[in-house]
Design a binder for this molecule. Structure first.
Ligand code: DAH
Length: 335
């Protein structure tokens, strides 16, 4: 028979394997290395199986002794493996937490922040001042019908005032509103007097672009309808508003004409030695009230349309309207 094996030899081999295993497990750096070790120690073709393969050469009564010793070793190695696995996992977690620590005292890197456009802040300021006088903010559509933009405002189809506002027409009798005045009509249709509203919004006209004109610009419409309102209420409201917005700039009212107000006026402020028109206004024409089924003997009121760009330009000393639309950050960052 081939070389014999003694009980002592096998027991020594198991002893040695256990010592090796303990050292290798202690040295394993991560979960992958531990899994490889498990296979190499306890797997089917592993080192433990290698030792036990020789067990068949022992006399039958000695085999159980080796078997028992092998079982102890196996349990021992499994315990060492799982202990070490816990240890490498928690070390990996500690390392990750240490890596991800935030230094809350580090200097900020200065994230660039956007801010609101000067036309928006000007609009808000105008609206806020009227809200402070008891007005409510409302809005209307930018795509309007001929009826709301013109006819209901006492501008019938062949009225020359339609030429004053060169219109972008869409199909189906729709158009881009040329002013915010149609909001007056929409509001009075919805709410009976007393009404006090302020209505900001974008308006459109077929104007060529130059330093003071743009085909898209912004207005704020103001409307007050009640019993017993007269021109002194209009003038007092406009003066209080202009003083709050501009401080003590000189103001003048100039007689003017609008189809939907009678009498009508334009209001100028003096700025850099020149008179600059900032709004149209007037007492709402009785024909407009009648068209809405309101009795002009009982109700009266005033309206005004403010040009937001003008207010913005005077407030910030801007001399060219185009600067407000070209999105040049070097310009916009000043506000
Ligand atoms: N809607 C006029 C325009 O855009 C401005 C205006 C004038 C509005 C008089 C009014 C007003 O409410 O009473 O030219």
């Amino acid at each position: 028979m081939s070389a014999t094996v003694s009980l002592q030899q096998l027991t020594d081999q198991l002893e040695a394997l256990e010592t090796e295993a303990a050292a290798e497990i202690a040295a394993a750096a991560d979960a992958d290395a531990l899994e490889q070790l498990r296979v190499s120690l306890l797997g089917k073709k592993g080192r433990l199986s290698g030792v036990l393969g020789a067990m068949g050469k022992l006399p039958g009564n000695e085999r159980p002794l080796v078997g028992q010793r092998a079982n102890v070793l196996k349990t021992q190695v499994q315990a060492l493996l799982s202990e070490r696995l816990q240890a490498v996992k928690s070390a990996a977690l500690d390392a990750r937490l240490a890596r991800e620590t935030l230094d809350v005292t580090a200097a900020a890197s200065g994230v660039p922040m956007g801010h609101r456009h000067p036309l928006i802040t000007t609009t808000e300021e105008i609206v806020d001042l009227f809200c402070g006088l008891g007005y409510r903010m409302v809005e209307g559509p930018e795509v309007e019908t001929d009826h709301y933009n013109f006819t209901a405002l006492n501008i019938p189809p062949d009225h020359p005032a339609r030429d004053m506002q060169d219109t972008f027409y869409l199909k189906d009798n729709l158009l881009l509103r040329t002013h915010t005045s149609p909001v007056q009509i929409r509001q009075l249709e919805q709410t009976p007097p007393p009404v006090r509203i302020v209505a900001p919004g974008r308006v459109y006209r077929r104007d060529a672009v130059d330093a003071t004109h743009s085909p898209v610009f912004h207005q704020v419409e103001v409307l007050a309808i009640d019993e017993g309102l007269d021109f002194s209420h209009l003038r007092g409201t406009v003066m209080a508003f202009l003083k709050a917005f501009f401080g003590d700039l000189p103001v003048r009212f100039r007689a003017s004409y609008f189809p939907f107000t009678e009498p009508s006026a334009e209001v100028d402020v003096q700025w850099r030695g020149r008179w600059l028109e900032v709004m149209g206004c007037g007492m709402v024409d009785p024909a407009v009230l009648e068209g809405l089924g309101l009795d002009p003997e009982r109700f009266s009121g005033f309206a005004a349309g403010l040009g937001v760009e003008r207010f913005c330009m005077v407030r910030h000393g801007i001399d060219d309207i185009r600067r407000l639309y070209t999105s040049d950050l070097r310009f916009l960052e000043q506000f």
